[in-house]
Ligand binder design. Sequence first.
Ligand SMILES: *[C@@H]1O[C@H](CO)[C@@H](O)[C@H](O)[C@H]1NC(C)=O
Ligand SMILES: *[C@@H]1O[C@H](CO)[C@@H](O)[C@H](O)[C@H]1NC(C)=O
Ligand SMILES: *[C@@H]1O[C@H](CO)[C@@H](O)[C@H](O)[C@H]1NC(C)=O
Length: 574
Amino acid sequence: MLWPENVEIGSCSGYHRFQFHTWCLPLISITFWIFAHTSFFMTTFVNLSPLPLHLRLNRNRSSSSFHLHRSSTSPPFLLRKFTLPKRTVSSVLQTNNGVSSTSDSCSTEPNSFNNDVRIVAVVGDGAISPLKSASWIDVMSHTAERLKWIDDKYEMLVFTDNIHDLNPNAQNLQKVLTTANILLIVSVTKDESVEWIKRYSQNIPNVICFDSSPALENKLGGSFVSVGNKGSLFSKLNKKTKETLELAETISEAWIRHNSDDIRFCLLIIINAYIKPVPVLKNLRAQGFSTLNCMVKNCGRQVMNCLLDPNCRKALQCLNQCSPVDQVCNYKCIASYESPILEEFSLCVLQKHNCLDLDAKIPEKPNVTPMVNFRDQILSHDMAEDLFVGWLGNLDWSWRVVAGQNPAYDQFPCQYQLFYRGKARGSFWYEPVFQVKTLDGKLVWRRRKYRVKRGKVAGTFNFSVLDNGVVSNEYWTIVDVCEDFSWGLFHYSGAARVAGQSYTGAVLVSRNGEYPTNIDKNRLYLALDRCCIKEWELFDVDNCSCEDAPLGLPEGSRLHTILKPDESMIASDA
Ligand SMILES: *[C@@H]1O[C@H](CO)[C@@H](O)[C@H](O)[C@H]1NC(C)=O
Ligand SMILES: *[C@@H]1O[C@H](CO)[C@@H](O)[C@H](O)[C@H]1NC(C)=O
Ligand SMILES: *[C@@H]1O[C@H](CO)[C@@H](O)[C@H](O)[C@H]1NC(C)=O
């Protein structure tokens, strides 16, 4: 019995903050391993349907405008606020020679290829992405930087399709196309560009096209992946072709989520499948018999309990119906059916026995430095903790999240942060309180509790949390907090080691969750730059109906020691 969608594809796409949506991959894989190997479960769960196959590569113009339209229906309010055209990277790129050459400290800039991962991206000249209407050239140039965080030997060059044979840029593009092994084409529709690209890309084994002319074909591992009528042919395809199609499906599913993590993920899975293994995708590889053996030997009771419990089973069925890389879908399943039985299952299988034998590490890049001074004093550890404690005491919370960079987490409404000193000497805690919309449309509150330890440098911290049975460790940095406590920017990178997941993110916080009035935008831009985050990567947190949040502190908690926000410094905007 083949369950290719669980054995060969997988992951909930990688880079999240909370592992309750990160451990679903192992959970699904394990469970289907069991399904596939025991007749009891086969007969019980025959109704589980495999993932529908709908390839969305090479979408045409009208479907791309659908996505643009969709993103504009939820007004990107940060975009409205961030109108300062501080960065001119994109215009330089386009008028210069069309070659990516960003000047941030976050990037390096090759002009030719020296390594074995050689990606060329060609984007429509002036084409606008659905990521808060940032231009595709900006999005792809930033993707090139973000690839380097994974491995600085991954090379990606970005060009616009402003190509004709007299343009020096075209000669440069032609040159790099001779050695590229991945070509990514986005929003290229002009006939002459299409012809030009077809002429010079024949030898590239991997070509993927999005929002581009149907005349451009997708290729993976050297074979064309055609769209259309393959549904009926699917059953006749050989195993390798099936794998290719599934990979293509995973890519297109990830792509249409339109965030920088998923765009990078698309490239990583091609690299992983056709060029060389990508260690951060280790959890995509099938686990062998040792996994099952480990589970049966150590966690028989927990596995049985989960499979015999209607809710735990529903969670698995629900997860099976999500695309493995659709974080929102996967997360909703877990949130809707979250239970002690599910928690015991993952606590035993993953956390205690690491049956999948995974070992994700906290990403070291980008290297984000903490703020150094606050109100003309050198930041100390005590002061840094006070900054986290923020408005707590004046208000029932420390901070509320305005927007954040992590797609898996920051789409959830109403994020309150509680930071406080514990009863025990030197102890410090972080409790996020947030809403989740469940499958049946209900809004439920969730609350987690992190232990916080001081990092080496003031303004850095090590967080850890046991969440749904799996431990996550995170490294947090206070990037900036305004003197009047009107806003702050916190960066984090973390890993759920035994779930094989690592992730980075950042949150822009304010006193009441609204975009801070009178913000010094340059200062915010500088802070974002230090996180290597573009404003178009931020997701606005919906804070429209946040009444009755389960706030409140444990008895004996203590708040500020040195610094406090001064109510009178803030214009009344509560
Ligand atoms: C483009 O997509 C739309 C909607 O998906 C479809 O109706 C139309 O026929 C497509 N056009 C082409 C040229 O494929
Ligand atoms: C805190 O996290 C950093 C970054 O991951 C790590 O290097 C350091 O060892 C951690 N410190 C402690 C005490 O765990
Ligand atoms: C946040 O809440 C305020 C009211 O407190 C509301 O005006 C604003 O639209 C909300 N923003 C979002 C993104 O939901």
